[in-house]
Design a protein around this ligand. Structure first.
Ligand SMILES: Cc1ncc(COP(=O)(O)O)c(C=O)c1O
Length: 450
């Protein structure tokens, strides 16, 4: 089958005349965007094409998802072929081969012991699924009082009610109310005074994991189902775990029979140069949530990987009875499975995780060279991720980073900003020349920025 190339695609409608009113854009300043739209109309490998025909270097892998680069022929062909063969098939009391094959592939990539996979359609759904599994797991084992979920300040776990409840973003509580009751939160681990300009993991902060012992003393282990953290937090500004921190969390959870969930929606599939962050840190949780890079961003899909003991705990009672009353119409969707299997092939055939690992030092030196640029108060990095924190403009927090985003886009670089922090997470197929270009554009923009 001929892969679609940008030139063989039907022309994109003239965007100048595109009506922008009807689409209520997610996580966007809608009014601002619609007066000054930034539209992209095609993509290939490391670049987007903007509607005015410019090449935009993708410094963010879309939204941390296009790890293998854009419009990779093998993935495109797999989706096309699947759409033409079987568009949809249910996975409730029925099946088709693809999700079984994909689940099996994932268990070979996952840390040892996590060998059962539940499919969802996004990171948010994966997180809510994981939280429900954790609570239900304790119930089926006769420990139904274990209901409380512990997240972390500045945690981001998507937008479902479960995810925002364990998440640590004040704005969600402001707008959506008190959320799930039975939650509590660890302190976040970010401290500029102690950690600014650390290379990779900061040495300060492992003691913050001891706060979990305090929460256990307060609520009692018999009431706690799970702890959920991002091994590296992305959406709230690239927060790298202090050395020894995740190990401590693991030890405390094990000691108290609490499930440890790693939300690897952004760290899964090579971002740190390993399959999962769990591999990078050598800390194995009980449950891992993934999405994004699972299908290289092509078809929405999320997944929850669990230890076999968790799955086994549900496999009791009459065999004709449904063990877990949970799932989505599109769990294990044929197109998503085809995309994911092809994506895993591309990662393996091109050695993209190893490639990312081999560039991590170059990446580190390059991003830290921006230390001398105006406004920069911290730079942090791990694998092929970087966070560059800017001094907020007095009276106008977030404005400086937003202006930086707009100017970078004008100069041909896509970055992501959260608050006054720039987050970089390019596709893993990048070369040194792309890193140089990113740093050059950012350096120029920061120098010009008021
Ligand atoms: C750690 C983490 N969890 C969950 C999500 C939510 O994923 P989605 O937007 O696919 O629902 C994200 C999204 O950025 C994330 O970074």
């Amino acid at each position: 089958m001929q892969p679609l190339t940008p030139s063989s695609l039907p022309p994109t409608p003239a965007t100048v005349s595109t009506k922008l009113d009807a689409f209520w854009m997610p996580f966007t300043a809608n009014r601002q965007f619609k007066t000054q739209p930034r539209l992209m109309v095609a993509a290939q490998d490391m670049h987007y094409t903007s509607e005015d025909g410019r090449q935009i270097l993708d410094g963010t892998a879309g939204l941390w998802c296009v790890n293998a680069g854009h419009c990779r022929p093998k993935i495109v062909e797999a989706i096309q072929a699947q759409a033409a063969t079987m568009d949809y098939a249910p996975t409730f009391q029925m099946g088709h081969p693809a999700p079984f094959q994909l689940a099996d592939r994932l268990t070979h990539l996952a840390p040892e012991g996590l060998n059962r996979v539940f499919f969802a359609n996004s990171g948010s759904e994966a997180v809510d699924t994981a939280l429900k599994i954790a609570i239900a797991y304790h119930r089926v084992r006769g420990e139904g009082t274990r209901q409380r979920l512990i997240g972390r300040e500045r945690g981001y776990h998507g937008v479902g009610f479960g995810g925002i409840s364990v998440g640590g973003i004040g704005g969600n509580r402001k707008l959506f109310g008190s959320l799930l009751n039975d939650t509590d939160h660890l302190p976040h681990t970010h401290n500029l005074a102690e950690q600014a300009f650390s290379y990779q993991q900061p040495t300060w902060g492992a003691h913050l994991a001891d706060e979990l012992d305090r929460l256990v003393a307060l609520h009692h282990a018999a009431n706690i189902a799970a702890v959920i953290v991002e091994p590296v937090a992305g959406s709230t500004g690239v927060l790298i775990p202090p050395m020894g921190y995740l190990e401590k969390l693991r030890e405390i959870c094990t000691r108290h029979g609490i499930l440890l969930i790693f939300d690897e929606v952004i760290t899964g599939f090579g971002r740190l140069g390993t399959g999962f962050a769990a591999d990078y840190f050598g800390v194995v949780p009980d449950i891992i949530t993934v999405a994004k890079g699972l299908t290289n961003g092509t078809v929405p899909m999320g997944a929850v990987l669990v230890r076999q003991e968790i799955y086994d705990a549900f496999m009791q009672g009459p065999e004709h009875a449904i063990e877990l009353p949970h799932g989505y119409t599109y769990s294990g969707h044929p197109l998503a499975c085809a995309a994911a299997i092809a994506t895993l092939d591309v990662y393996a055939e091109e050695g993209l995780f190893e490639h990312a690992a081999s560039l991590a030092d170059y990446w580190q030196e390059a991003v830290h060279s921006l230390r001398r640029s105006p406004h920069v108060i911290d730079i942090r990095n791990l694998g092929i991720v970087a966070g560059i924190e800017l001094e907020p403009r007095p009276q106008e927090p977030t404005r400086r980073a937003y202006d930086c985003l707009v100017r970078c886009f004008e100069r041909g670089l896509l970055i992501r900003v959260t608050g006054d922090i720039i987050a970089l997470s390019p596709p893993l197929m990048l070369q040194k020349s792309h890193i140089d270009q990113m740093v050059e554009i950012l350096g120029e923009v920061l120098s010009d920025l008021p």
